[in-house]
Design a protein around this ligand. Structure first.
Ligand code: ARG
Ligand code: ZN
Length: 863
């Protein structure tokens, strides 16, 4: 039975003080807890617990008899308790056998934890819900040689040696927190240290703990952390609160990272980087995730969620904050474009398929399944709209009220919005619909060119419709902030306008202009909607050249490309060759103009030269053969490369590094991005030029960005050099797990001559670690999301292999397995033959009696 938002009731006890005493042992860790309980409502005391052994329960020092409590699969129930009492529980768990990587587990011989959302119950019996907050004191006792470093949340208040070669440490966290923010780490680490002085003058030691030998690779994360701490003070007035801040990197981790109070735990792939082993994209992600987890200290920890339906309260706001940070550090336009590209590829796919759900869902089977692009990325878009609508000053005023009013509480979306209502006086009723309605609104814009004379004004009309989603057949109008502007041959003809649309349709007028002009709509992507515009090719070319809004300059090119790709894909599906046409020629010409314009930066040019993702085209052309969509992309690249060959080659050469010194900064990364883009486009012509450029680049690369781009190009080109290059890369990097992940992912996306057999062999090589989420995501995730030809092969072998891998992973790690299964969410967009094949696999998965996690995704996907 699902958990429902409507069923929320407060917990019937308060825990004024919490003490945990851990005696660490990989096979049998003993946990003693002491909880100071106070009854606040009627009913039994119910504690959560899973996969742990209960040793004893005491109330006020008296051990309970077996008949005095009830034990079920996942609960410990005490029917009768005093109103105020001390509860002592002793339990045992087995961290080394914990393959779910939720709760307490062992990774690389070190103990670590992951408790969000419901992992704490695998550690000991406790009310595992975010609205039960307490002050925690934690004692850890472990073998001193094997586990020299002992960490938990807060400040270290005591440590020392004990008999038998063991030692202990006591940690105290003075801030109220729910148990999902608990963390414990023990093991041997190298330490990278620095410090930050806060705005009130407190000096905070910063410590990053990594596997021995990896400390230099944490330098960029440390630098990012310091910049993030300074930015949060500037942008939101938020200061750090504890005496120290710690980050730990672990290799086996289900997600990206976790914001545990004062002790963030990171997937090492989002923390460790240097020029030789990490790409620019890795550096960029590290900067943003380090900031994200740090920002959670206020949006997530100081103010947490009342229940898991409110997940977007912390995640949407925190993603918005990390996006703004990245925009500040790396350039707003480029950052916005990247965020919107990701939103369209992932969130729009989710919002327009069987897994569509509101930003604040109303029911779930497993909350792990709701750490989605909708809650994170669409959640962030809602905050961005709030800011666009209310304006910068009101937005800041509202967030100040929020931090002030709700500090130390577990809050709801309603309470959050009420702060902005207080600040601005605006009614939040309609805005709330964004949280309650699933689905991507379609915004249609039509220009009315009225012929009546004399024309004093012209009109643009907007209409909004949100299509039905599972369980929500009828949708109401949402509040849409629309930024727009009329653009002429030489730039804007008016100031940018903000129209706040609150009804199903609305008309806006603007003064008459005699010169030809186009309307730039949704500048900066001011709302997460699908725009259906009547812009002509001439309009779009004009906007590509003249729109002062850099996002829409890029977007105009994307719209042109999307139209071409949909046409190409439909032609290819029908067995026809796509034809060159005037729109294609105009598009290529406009790309050339942008490429050669010195006023644009290189990162922006690289994005203009990147066409819409296959996912975007698939959604627009559905139902369709996905291989036709893939080939349409290749056709377009080839056409661009044919038209711009010389410019691309000149640019490629001009972007090569001449300094010989690697820098991960935005400028240097932008040069490498444009260079890689030129190489990728040139390779679409399948001529010897691209092969020799790529070979050269691979042989001479001094950083992973160049090395990997060259390897990927060679692997796409095929031919003799591929096998030997893949082997050489493997041999060179076999001792670097994060680079080996890249190797697996490139291999998983190749169009191997012997098809699925090659992928199956990869899954059988000794270096394929089937318990490690990063490795599994590299191979299985890479294959399902990045290998169009083999995954979607019409004999069904790709889907079958994938389903087998999901089931195999599910037997050990349900949350990662369920997430992988998301690759099937697009199945209704495929042609009927493939739909039947996917459906059969979904049925097979359901029949195999999988975990709750996988069952929920499989059933909802199937519909
Ligand atoms: N709160 C973490 C973050 O966004 C992610 C935790 C993921 N947990 C989960 N059950 N999926 O930074
Ligand atoms: Zn987060």
């Amino acid at each position: 039975t699902p958990t429902r938002l409507a069923d929320y009731t407060p917990y019937n006890f308060e825990i004024s003080e919490t003490r945990f005493d851990f005696r660490l042992d990989p096979k049998a860790t003993r946990v003693r807890s002491l909880l100071k309980m106070k009854r606040t409502g009627p009913g039994p005391l119910v504690l959560d617990g899973e996969a742990i052994d209960l040793v004893s329960v005491e109330i006020d020092g008296r051990q309970l008899k077996r008949s005095e409590y009830r034990l079920t699969q996942d609960k410990l129930i005490l029917e009768e308790t005093p109103d105020v009492f001390t509860l002592n529980i002793e339990s045992k768990c087995n961290p080394s056998a914990n393959t779910t990587l939720m709760g307490l587990y062992v990774s690389g011989g070190r103990f670590c934890t992951q408790c969000e959302a419901e992992g704490f119950r695998r550690i000991t019996y406790f009310p595992d819900r975010p609205d039960v907050m307490s002050v925690f004191t934690v004692l850890i006792d472990a073998d001193k040689t094997a586990y020299p470093t002992l960490l938990a949340n807060g400040n270290k208040i005591e440590e020392g040696d004990i008999d038998g070669g063991r030692h202990y440490a006591v940690w105290h966290d003075p801030f109220l927190k729910p148990c999902y923010l608990f963390a414990l780490v023990a093991g041997e680490f190298d330490l990278l240290e620095d410090s930050f002085t806060t705005m009130s003058g407190r000096s905070i030691p910063l410590e990053i703990f990594v596997d021995p030998g990896d400390a230099p690779k944490a330098a960029y994360a440390m630098d990012s952390l310091i910049r993030a701490m300074a930015w949060d003070e500037r942008a939101f007035g938020r200061e750090y609160d504890l005496d120290r801040f710690m980050i730990v990197a672990v290799r086996d981790f289900n997600f990206g990272a976790m914001e545990n109070k004062g002790l963030n735990i990171f997937n090492s792939s989002l923390l460790l980087a240097d020029a030789e082993t990490a790409t620019d994209m890795n550096f960029e992600r590290i900067e943003s995730v380090v900031a994200h987890e740090y920002f959670h200290n206020w949006t997530g920890n100081r103010i947490t969620c009342r229940d898991w339906f409110q997940l977007c309260l912390k995640e949407g706001f925190t993603v918005f904050r990390d996006q703004e940070f990245s925009a500040d550090q790396r350039g707003a336009a480029v950052q916005r474009i990247k965020d919107v590209r990701a939103l369209r590829a992932r969130q729009f796919a989710e919002d327009n398929g069987p897994l569509a759900h509101p930003v604040r869902p109303t029911e779930y089977l497993k909350i792990d399944n709701f750490y989605t692009a909708t809650i994170y990325e669409k959640g962030a878009e809602l905050i961005r709209m709030l800011k666009a609508w209310l304006g910068e000053d009101m937005f800041r005023k509202g967030s100040d009220i929020y931090f002030d009013r709700l500090d130390g509480t577990a809050a709801t979306i309603e309470q959050f919005l009420a702060c902005f209502e207080t600040a601005s006086g605006e009614d939040m009723g309609q805005f709330m619909r964004w949280y309650e309605q699933a689905g991507t609104p379609r915004l249609t814009v039509r220009r009315r060119r009225t012929p009546t004379k004399p024309v004093i004004s012209q009109v643009v009309s907007f209409k909004q419709v949100t299509p039905p989603t599972p369980g929500q057949p009828k949708k109401a109008a949402v509040l849409i902030p629309i930024r727009w502007q009329a653009i002429g041959e030489n730039g804007p003809l008016m100031e940018p306008q903000l129209t706040v649309m609150t009804t199903k349709s609305t008309d806006v007028s603007y003064p008459r202009f005699d010169e030809p002009h186009s309307i730039s709509v949704l500048q900066g992507f001011s709302a997460p909607v699908i725009l259906n515009s009547d812009a002509t090719t001439a309009d779009l070319v004009r906007l590509m050249g003249n729109d002062p809004d850099a996002f829409n300059r890029w977007e105009a090119g994307q719209t042109l490309a999307r139209r071409l790709l949909v046409d190409f894909a439909k032609a290819l599906e029908a067995g026809k060759m796509p034809k060159t046409n005037p729109a294609l020629r105009d598009y290529c010409k406009a790309l050339g103009t942008t490429l050669n314009d010195p006023q644009f930066d290189n990162a922006f040019k690289a994005l203009v030269l990147t066409s819409p993702s296959s996912m975007e085209v698939l959604m627009e052309a559905a139902p369709i053969d996905p291989i036709a969509v893939h080939e349409a992309g290749q056709w377009l690249s080839r056409a661009v490369a044919d038209a711009l060959r010389d410019d691309l080659l000149v640019t490629y050469k001009a972007m090569r590094d001449k300094t010989g010194v690697f820098s991960p900064d935005a400028e240097a990364a932008g040069r490498r991005a444009l260079k890689s883009r030129c190489l990728a486009l040139l390779s679409a012509r399948f001529d010897p030029l691209a092969a020799s450029l790529a070979s050269n680049q691979l042989d001479n690369a001094t950083n992973m960005t160049d090395e990997l781009a060259a390897l990927i190009t060679l692997s796409r080109l095929g031919g003799q050099r591929v096998e030997s290059s893949m082997e050489a890369f493997f041999a060179k990097w076999k001792d670097q797990p994060l680079v080996l992940d890249k190797w697996f992912s490139v291999q998983s996306m190749r169009d191997h001559a012997d098809g699925i057999h090659a992928i199956t062999r990869l899954a059988e090589t000794p270096s394929y670690e089937r318990n490690n989420p990063n490795r599994v995501r590299a191979l299985v995730g890479g294959f399902s999301m990045g290998n169009t030809k083999l995954f979607h092969k019409l004999d069904g072998s790709g889907y079958r292999f994938f389903a087998d891998q999901v089931l195999d992973m599910d037997s050990r790690n349900p949350s990662v397995a369920a997430r992988l299964l998301g690759a099937f969410e697009i199945w209704r967009k495929l042609d009927p033959r493939r739909q039947a094949l996917v459906q059969a696999e979904l049925d097979r998965i359901i029949a195999a009696k999988p975990s709750k996690n996988v069952l929920e995704i499989a059933e909802r996907t199937r519909g």
